[in-house]
Design a protein. Structure first.
Length: 435
């Protein structure tokens, strides 16, 4: 038997002629001469349907794999041009965001500065207006020729106590300096630092050399509203002057007070204060108190040059005693610095014997015009023209003040600038009392 034939017994006669399996076909045939069966196995030919399906499946898998590889190859990264383009776009977007932030920050800075400017101007005008509306109030409106003093100098020679002039405006007439004669009238009469003849407390005076050139100086005088009513009739030579303790008006030694009723008024220096139950004694001792003798009470000084008592009966005719207040407004350098290290100008005020106080930072200029009534005896109590203080003559009466200030943002708020933004404001203030 050869390798292609298999010897079998007679039982093989019962096997089928052909048997198929999944891998191909097996054929059984009987050799008649040898009396044997032969088995032949065949592999499916290329032309058979199953082989075609297998090849088709293999080809489909190959195409799917290649397609997947191509997709992976397309996502491996960016080209250099694409990367540069993306970086450029990113820089443009970043620059836009930075520019937007810078622009918004600059706008906020400008708006904040403008707000500060307007607020400073409003405060400055309010301070001046409050003093101006009360200027000239000396009690129950005594006539000018019935205003007296007990001091060693006349009212005209004691600038801070001069109740004859409720309003004084010093007009700048110089050429860039800050000496006494650069203002009209001369600034020499102001209560100056170290000048004992101008103020009872020279240490608290004004440094005229520090006042900003080209700006005006405004002086407003009045007595403290309300006052303390006299507790009894006050004779011209009485010492002390007794008043009611109303709990709202306080006095201290070295205050300057005004006693007044509807007919007369007089300035005196308070040298001592004593509480007497519900009343207060205000002493006015002679030649006593700090400072030059011209600011002290003179010997035997009378409160009335006509020897008239204040109040013929208790509290008659609204007789009161009030503290004298003189406010002096001017422009000088402030104590602070701005965002460029510069010292901005400010509005300053000196009140009474106190040291000057910086009121509002960022006020660079002060200009004052007086609205005068040249016909005060007519029925129209209104100004006929505006002038500086030198233009007030004779019987002219000051009816209004026109105040102009220049306020700044203090800080430098505009790009490319080295100076604050400024703006000018003006206000006309009516005087309630005879100026």
């Amino acid at each position: 038997m050869t390798s292609n034939h298999i010897a079998t017994t007679n039982r093989l006669d019962r096997l089928p002629a052909v048997t198929n399996n999944s891998d191909g076909a097996m054929f059984l045939a009987r050799d008649g001469e040898a009396g044997c069966w032969s088995v032949s196995a065949s592999v499916p030919a290329a032309s058979e349907p199953r082989d075609g399906r297998m090849r088709s499946q293999r080809h489909s898998r190959w195409r799917s794999t290649n397609s997947h590889r191509r997709r992976l190859n397309g996502q491996q990264g960016f080209s250099l041009i694409e990367l540069l383009l993306a970086l450029a776009l990113g820089l443009v977007v970043t620059a836009g965001i930075v520019q937007l932030f810078v622009g918004n920050n600059q706008t906020y800075t400008v708006l904040q500065g403008q707000s500060r400017l307007q607020e400073g101007a409003r405060y400055a005008l309010d301070f001046i207006a409050e003093s101006a509306r009360a200027a000239g109030y000396f009690g129950c409106d005594p006539d000018l020729d019935k205003r007296y003093t007990t001091l060693n100098a006349t009212l005209e020679n004691t600038f801070q106590m001069n109740i004859l002039q409720p309003v004084v405006a010093f007009d700048y007439v110089g050429s860039g300096g800050a000496s006494m004669t650069d203002w009209l009238p001369s600034a020499a009469v102001l209560p100056r630092v170290g000048a004992a003849t101008t103020t009872p407390n020279p240490a608290n005076g004004i440094a005229v050399s520090g006042i900003e050139p080209e700006t005006d100086i405004l002086v407003l005088r009045r007595i403290e509203p309300g006052g303390a009513r006299i507790a009894d009739v006050v004779q011209p030579t009485d010492n002390p002057v007794r008043v009611e303790d109303n709990g709202t008006v306080t006095f201290a030694a070295d205050d300057y007070a005004v006693i007044s009723d509807c007919t007369q008024a007089s300035v005196f220096r308070v040298t001592g204060v004593n509480d007497v139950g519900a009343e207060i004694d205000l002493r006015r001792d002679e030649n006593t108190g700090a400072g030059s003798a011209i600011f002290q009470n003179r010997s035997g000084a009378s409160l009335s040059e006509e020897n008239l008592a204040y109040g013929t009966t208790v509290n008659a005719q609204g007789a009161t005693v009030s503290r004298l207040e003189t406010d002096i407004y001017y422009i000088a350098e402030g104590a602070g610095t701005n965002n460029r290290g510069q010292r901005p100008l400010s509005l300053w005020r000196k009140s009474g014997s106190q040291a000057p106080v910086e009121l509002v930072e960022g006020i660079e200029d002060l200009q004052v015009w007086l609205g005068i009534d040249t016909t005060p005896t007519d029925s129209v109590n209104a100004p006929t023209r505006y002038t500086n203080f030198a233009g007030v003559v004779g019987d002219d009466v000051v009816r209004t003040l026109r105040v102009q200030i220049t306020a700044s943002t203090v800080d430098v708020v505009e790009a490319g600038s080295n100076a604050p933004v400024t703006r000018t404001f003006s206000q006309t203030i009516s005087l309630r009392n005879r100026g």
